[in-house]
Design a protein around this ligand. Structure first.
Ligand code: OSB
Ligand code: MG
Length: 366
């Protein structure tokens, strides 16, 4: 496949409500979109890097810079999605930037071939059950109202963001209000240390599906120690940046569940490697999210349809994030989203809406 050029497009999308985690509060999403142009098709990739390096070391200005300065110029003139990773391999890190580029190339390739991303990855279902990630709130009543709203919409699993000072009480309140059958899990975004193990063990009483990333991203050994002290299963998010990290985590017993975010690990091809590895080891998977627009969501749904994704993901409906999505909105039906079936990621941006939220565009000839 010959690439004519690549557009870097920055968009600004206000969130329907502030989203607070242990690492910060988001009120809008500053997103970098990539559009790969070939003689036969266009492909889209959404970079999940956030505006500040608080979730991980990447941030959106840095991703744009590494793409224009190093990654895009390293692409050979003729390319397919499988060679992107090899061409970018000399450059360390920057997995979110690499993922966006590889995904855009893969999308263009699959659109040319007329194959959906879901079929390409090996999807086993045409719809996936959806959970929702609930931010840290100002009060318990506000939290209970928010969770009530999501359950009324049909979400099949609730994830509560936690941090020191907002952990036992919100979990207890949600459990008491909605009962033992509610699929409930928590995400600390690395807010604790191993010294908090006795405190975190108090969450064991609440029958949680999992605790996500309680300790720092590079604390793989401490996660393994913590896992022996909790009955709540440990799930890793920030710690897993590659299939090698997943292999190390599984070998160490640092987690029994992995949150797979294609952006964090460098793309959908690496996500499939982790899928195959984890499945072979009996480690459960679910598809995470990074507050994506419909472009990123479409691709995540294809991944979430793989057979190893046995737990509901953070693939929520468009309206949970944005009043107006840049694609046709993804809508929940009986707690599920449909996996797109069209070629590539299966969705296109609505051009008028895209133009309205665009802050800047930049064209790079390849
Ligand atoms: O840790 O999973 C996380 C959002 C941004 C950054 C990190 C995380 C999240 C979420 C929301 O939990 C996932 C989503 O609904 O997209
Ligand atoms: Mg997380």
């Amino acid at each position: 496949m010959k690439i004519t050029g690549i557009e870097l497009r920055r968009i600004r999308m206000p969130l329907v409500a502030p989203f607070r985690t242990s690492f910060g509060t988001e009120t809008e999403r500053d997103i970098l979109l990539l559009r790969v142009v070939t003689p036969d098709a266009e492909g889209w990739g959404e970079c999940v890097a956030m505006s500040q390096p608080r979730y991980c070391s990447e941030y959106v200005d840095g991703a744009a810079e590494v793409l224009r300065r190093f990654l895009v110029p390293a692409l050979p003139a003729h390319i397919d999605a499988h060679t992107v990773g090899r061409a970018l391999h000399p450059f360390k890190g920057h997995r979110m930037a690499k993922a966006a580029l590889e995904t855009a190339v893969l999308d263009a390739q699959l659109r040319t071939d007329g194959q959906s991303l879901a079929t390409f990855l090996g999807a086993g279902t045409d719809r996936v059950p959806c959970g929702v990630s609930v931010g840290i709130m100002n009060s318990i009543p506000q939290l209970l109202d928010t969770v009530t709203g999501y359950l009324d919409e049909g979400y099949v699993r609730i994830k509560l963001k936690i941090e020191p000072g907002w952990d036992l009480a919100p979990v207890r309140a949600v459990r008491e209000r909605f009962g033992d059958d509610l699929l409930l899990q928590v995400d600390a975004n690395a807010a604790y240390t191993l010294a908090d193990a006795p405190h975190l063990a108090r969450l064991d009483d609440f029958g949680l599906l999992l605790i996500e990333q309680p300790l720092a991203g590079d604390d793989m050994v401490q996660h393994a120690r913590l896992a022996t002290r909790l009955t709540t299963p440990v799930c890793l998010d920030e710690s897993i940046e590659s299939a090698e990290h997943a292999a190390a985590a599984i070998t160490l017993g640092a987690c029994s569940i992995i949150n797979v975010k294609p952006g964090r690990i460098g793309g959908y091809l690496e996500a499939r490697r982790i899928h195959d590895l984890a499945r072979a080891h009996g480690v459960a998977l679910w598809c995470g999210g990074m507050l994506e627009t419909g472009i990123g969501r479409a691709a995540n749904l294809a991944l979430a349809a793989l057979p190893g994704f046995t737990l509901p993901g953070d693939t929520s409906a468009s309206r949970r994030y944005y009043a107006t999505d840049i694609t046709a909105p993804f809508e929940l039906h009986e707690g599920h989203l449909e996996v797109p079936t069209g070629p590539g990621i299966g969705v296109d941006p609505v051009h008028d809406i895209l133009d309205e939220v665009t802050v800047s565009t930049e064209w790079i000839t390849v």
